[in-house]
Design a protein around this ligand. Structure first.
Ligand code: 3Y8
Ligand code: NAP
Length: 240
């Protein structure tokens, strides 16, 4: 299984309890990812060809893609490698977040549009998008940024912003305190879905803050379910 999300951690628990002979895979993006109850490998496979070679070497019979909706490259590679190798593939993916009454969301298609959606006058922005796409935002130096990262890879002078180290899943009281403490006026987030990162959107609704929400990237069609139970049922029936 391709992991790296809360749902992936839950699926690993269920597979281990069911005695399924599985391998959990991390990309190796964080220094010390959460330990899993399945044998775990860390690091890229080396593109589609590397993934196919892995399937052969490990005699993989089923692949579950439980990566994050924004891990589009991994998901694209899995679709290609499984089709080429004739290995059944199932995606475990949480539904996108839907706006509720009181939400002030602006949907944007990508990072560039998110940067352009910020107001021109100086604002205090909670950038909850990790570390891979920060540069275009930080280039707009009139804003003050609150960054939440998993690992201490970057620091900001106090007048430019503040870095919080946290891995999530995040809590409502934690995000309430965080946004309050830093006088946040805007939130930028990916439409990750799931419960692990939803708290900041709830707090934005409570405080009437505008949210710039980045749409998910395109992923080629593949069989997709939303729950661990559906994955277990699929495992029992899918044949090579
Ligand atoms: C390495 C595994 C779990 C729970 C942690 C979920 C919940 C928190 C939402 C915010 C948003 C963000 C980020 C986020 C979420 C969960 C879940 C989820 C967003 C870990 C993990 C790995 C990663 C990689 C990391 C990215 C970064 C993205 C931080 C582990 C904790 C911002 C995405 O420093 C880096 O290079 C971090 C890179 C990809 C996005 C980015 O572009 O920076 N996730 N996140 C996985 C691997 O190596 O394969 O370290 O334990 C997993 C989780 N991330 O039970 O695991 O949604 O499942 N992760 C985003 O959504 O915008 C945080 O702060 O509010
Ligand atoms: P990505 O851009 O889709 O993938 C880039 C490359 O990283 C892939 O081609 C693959 O390398 C490697 N890779 C990605 N996920 C992997 C996995 N689970 N196991 C082995 N190799 C993997 O991926 P990403 O967005 O950087 O995400 C990396 C990890 O963080 C994933 O586990 C994802 O679930 C987790 N995550 C991402 C986000 C996010 O916002 N992107 C949020 C939460 C969690 P090769 O081509 O060499 O095989």
């Amino acid at each position: 299984m391709l992991g790296g999300t809360t749902e992936a951690s839950r699926l690993a628990q269920a597979l281990a309890q069911a005695g399924v002979d599985g391998i959990f895979s991390y990309a190796g993006r964080t220094d010390a990812p959460i330990a899993q109850p399945l044998p775990t490998r860390v690091g890229g496979f080396g593109g589609v060809a590397g993934l196919q070679a892995f399937f052969q070497a490990e005699r993989i019979t089923h692949v579950v893609d439980a990566t994050h909706p924004f891990a589009a490259q991994m998901s694209r590679n899995a679709v290609q490698a499984c089709a080429a190798a004739g290995v059944p593939l199932l995606a475990l993916e949480r539904p996108a977040w839907q706006a509720q009454s009181g939400d002030a969301w602006q949907h944007v298609p990508d990072i560039t549009a998110a940067v352009q959606a910020l107001p021109s006058d100086p604002t205090r922005v909670f950038l909850a998008i990790g570390r891979q796409n920060l540069a275009p935002f930080l280039a707009h130096s009139q804003h003050w940024y609150l960054l939440r990262l998993v690992d201490p890879v970057l620091d900001l002078p106090a007048e430019r912003g503040h870095v919080v180290l946290d891995r999530g899943p995040f809590t409502l009281e934690g995000d309430r305190a965080l946004l309050q403490a830093h006088g946040i006026t805007h939130v930028v987030s990916k439409n990750s879905g799931g419960a692990g990162a939803q708290a900041k959107l709830t707090v934005a609704r409570e405080r009437g803050l505008p949210v710039i929400l980045i749409d998910r990237p395109f992923i080629p069609p593949r069989q997709t379910v939303c729950t661990v139970d559906e994955v277990l049922r699929w495992m029992a029936t899918a044949r090579r």
